[in-house]
Design a protein around this ligand. Sequence first.
Ligand code: SF4
Length: 306
Amino acid sequence: MNNKIKQAYKLLENCRLCPRNCGVNRVKGETGFCEAGLMPMVSSFHAHFGEEPPISGRNGSGTIFFTHCNLRCVFCQNYPISQREEGREVSARELAGMMLTLQKKECHNINFVTPTHYMPQILEAVFLAREQGLDLPLVYNCGGYESMDALRAMDGIIDIYMPDIKYSDSAAAKKYSLAGDYFEASRAAVKEMHRQVGELRVEKGIARRGLLVRHLVLPGGLDGSEAIFDFIAREISPDTYVNIMAQYYPCHRAFEFPELSRRITRREYMDALKIAEEKGLSKGFRQVLGTIDRKNIPEWTDNLKP
Ligand code: SF4
């Protein structure tokens, strides 16, 4: 095991893989807020065609879905995986094997979905897979609640960062994800990601390297889109690719919160697009108008204009 991986594993002994800083010793089997143990748990892995066009491409994105999550949002659409332990434990060698299988299927990248709480184990598996010929870009597809120590450990290894920025409002972040410091932490994280990989570079329709930020519009403006787009345009770059997502629907515990118990309206989505445009963001993806009311089928157009 090389030094970088050893140092990453050190973060697990007094777990500070994310801003929750639980301080539990995961190497000895203790668990913190995310409930993840030492062995990584994987729910599924396959070629995924529903990501943004330059991520899915023609052959699909090689997604590996990890069990557990460090945010545990009350409205999580993947809650059986993130909060109900759906998945099985795998060794680093098995995880490496999954990456190589996805490469054999000609996927365009390896896409780690909700990887934050397993970063050291993923690095180890990447190291093993690289030894056996893995040469695809690596996508870090996370909730945006990341620690600086963990991000620095991945410098030079991750090619594409694809974080959410979920909320700008601390009260909302605290109420729905028990993370009052979410915006502060995610701003620092996204700046570091951008420092490492820069703006998204797409060649022949396929993303090779860079940053792609995702933002899910919540009902009633609970997400605070304006401050998020303002931050991206002014403190990252107006050339940042942003995916403004309209597919919110109430699920998991959302019905415990009346304000979260409905889909967003077309007006709310249009307003979010308009704000992004006013802030100077023009690169990225929005859902094709007319599909918002339909079931959860992502369709994309690569133009942010409302
Ligand atoms: S990764 Fe899990 S155990 Fe570690 S600090 Fe974050 S929530 Fe806590």
